[in-house]
Design a protein around this ligand. Structure first.
Ligand code: SF4
Length: 316
């Protein structure tokens, strides 16, 4: 048997972009000044235990600048590196980017879409920060633009979600994903492997449930403990609750997970890269995301395996 993904071993994001747009499309990350109900006191003040959104923003990304300014500086920044990109998706990334009134959302999104070369938006949010009105508006926008709503799901286990103080359940994630996908909006999900109290068996067996979600794309991250977070303190107190992945272990784990994953899902990320200076726990050193992908693909080739090779569509 051969991989159904041609020369690739998984349903890759870069191939999807080439198929869809026929050219390189660059994401421009911006910080539009949102907060999140888990930080502003609506649900809690402390936030998710691992959250440190401040650490990773690109330099042009600053909520004191307007959306227009951030987008145009982002385009300039990327032009220097990738001259070919002429089309852009604006990525509303930090915090919960649907957490405001519909009027405010319309103003911010439409300001981004008005910039030359911008063909759509990627909107990162929590599953409890959308409602029918907002989704109906995004559906309308997606008739004209490439609109992606990306939900932080993190785990399918409520016991884990409680432990990391997410303040929403997996049922809420599933409902938001279903409501979004039902409207024909491109829907993404984000998951973390290695959360406290979760065994490797729990993580591995979650693939069945995850594969049944109506997701279009998916991002995975290995847990990394970031300085200045509640989790960094918890890790010091209870290191025995954390089964963090070494690089080799993770490559093995994610390949076995991917073999069982719905082959229709586009894999946008296998792992994350936090600069070592931000880490309060063990890390993988200065390894870039493309190096991680290469290592995973090489090992998949060696094992002659691919995404969905053992996917059972819920049937045993
Ligand atoms: S929902 Fe997102 S922004 Fe809010 S506390 Fe959790 S990780 Fe941070």
């Amino acid at each position: 048997m051969n991989s159904p993904f041609g020369t690739k071993r998984f349903n890759s994001y870069s191939d999807y972009f080439k198929r869809t747009f026929g050219q390189r499309v660059q994401k421009i990350t911006i910080d539009a000044g949102f907060t999140c109900p888990n930080r502003d006191g609506t649900l809690a003040r402390g936030g998710c235990t691992y959250c440190n959104n401040d650490a990773f923003n690109p330099s042009y990304c600053n909520p004191e600048k307007t959306v227009t300014q951030q987008v145009s500086e982002g385009i300039e920044f990327h032009k220097v590196r990738y001259r070919r990109a002429g089309q852009y998706l604006v990525y509303f990334q930090p915090y919960s980017n649907t957490y405001a009134s519909l009027d405010k959302l319309k103003k911010l999104y439409e300001e981004a879409l008005a910039q030359e070369g911008v063909i759509g938006l990627v909107i990162g949010t929590r599953p409890d920060c959308v409602d029918d009105e907002k989704l109906d508006y995004l559906k309308e926008l997606s008739n004209e633009y490439h609109i992606v709503v990306e939900y932080g799901v993190e785990s399918i286990y409520d016991i884990t979600l409680d432990r990391i103080n997410r303040k929403h359940s997996f049922a809420q994630s599933r409902e938001a994903i279903e409501k979004t996908a039902k409207r024909g909006i491109i829907t993404g999900g984000h998951f973390i492997f290695g959360l406290p109290g979760e065994s490797r068996e729990m993580m591995m067996s979650s693939v069945k449930e995850v594969s049944q979600l109506p997701l279009h794309s998916i991002k995975f991250h290995q847990l990394q403990i970031v300085t200045g977070t509640h989790m960094a303190k918890d890790y010091q107190k209870h290191p025995e609750d954390y089964d963090l992945f070494s690089f080799e272990d993770y490559v093995d784990f994610i390949i076995r997970y991917t073999e069982q994953l719905n082959p229709e899902f586009i894999i946008e990320r296998f792992a994350g890269e936090v600069p070592p200076r931000y880490l309060a726990g063990p890390g993988w050193g200065l390894i870039r995301n493309d190096q991680i992908n290469i290592a995973i693909e090489k090992e998949m080739e060696k094992r002659n395996t691919w995404q969905g090779k053992f996917y059972t569509n819920g049937m045993e």
